[in-house]
Design a binder for this molecule. Structure first.
Ligand code: MD3
Ligand code: FE
Length: 204
């Protein structure tokens, strides 16, 4: 446990319980307009266990036909992604220290005891100049972050509902993943489970 890389900023309890609650209707509206999907891996076509959708001008997607990429439109409905809610733009402006608004709001839903996200880097964007801002809602999760090499030392941080993480500098390209979600640890989501929101810049 060497400690997180430079540029990793952890803000526990960044969102008040009321702010967390107030985000839920906007998230439900996004999911209603842009249905959740399970991205499939480029190599073997296996579906990821996490379900996802997006808001913004760009949405992250993966299928075996073309791999990881950003799409301007929802792959099933063919419509553009819903707008990023104003409350999330305000959070980005508070935390990102970046002059332009985010282009992607990726929403990850972890529902069920075996849902996890393997160690990976976020490198499908054209630029890594802007940070990634992450918000956690619902059940707590064990988050793991390493360095720039896949095999390097990692450290674990438990992410709870309302926590924010800003990934800038070295941390922006660090390996990371979600080892597991602690079922029943939060009462925020009536359906249980965990939502992670990441705000990103995608193009130059
Ligand atoms: C470190 N999401 O969406 S959030 C992802 O909880 C992703 O759903 C996880 O990894 C989740 O790509 C982790 C924290 C996070 C987000 C983006 C990062 C950590 C990061 C980008 C670079 C380095
Ligand atoms: Fe990631």
């Amino acid at each position: 446990n060497a400690g997180p890389p430079e540029g990793f900023r952890y803000l526990p309890g960044y969102l008040s319980p009321e702010q967390q609650e107030n985000l839920l209707p906007a998230l439900r509206a996004i999911i209603a307009e842009a249905p959740l999907y399970q991205p499939r891996m480029p190599g073997n076509g296996k579906p990821m266990s996490v379900r996802m959708t997006n808001a913004g001008s760009h949405g992250w997607y993966s299928d075996p036909a073309a791999g990881y990429r950003y799409l301007r439109d929802h792959p099933a409905t063919g419509k553009g992604w819903p707008a990023i809610p104003e409350a999330l733009l305000a959070i980005w402006r508070d935390l990102a220290g970046y002059p332009d608004d985010p282009q992607c709001c990726l929403i990850n839903l972890y529902q069920g005891p075996k849902v996890r996200m393997g160690l990976h880097r976020d490198q499908d964007e054209e630029t890594f100049e802007a940070p990634v801002v992450s918000l956690s809602l619902g059940d707590s999760a064990v988050f793991r972050i390493g360095g720039l090499a896949r095999r390097g030392a990692t450290s674990s941080v438990k992410l709870h509902s309302g926590d924010a993480v800003v990934l800038a500098g070295q941390a922006r390209l660090a390996y990371h993943g979600i080892d597991r979600v602690l079922g029943g640890s939060s009462r925020l989501l009536s359906e249980g489970g965990r939502i992670n929101i990441t705000l990103r810049r995608v193009t130059v």
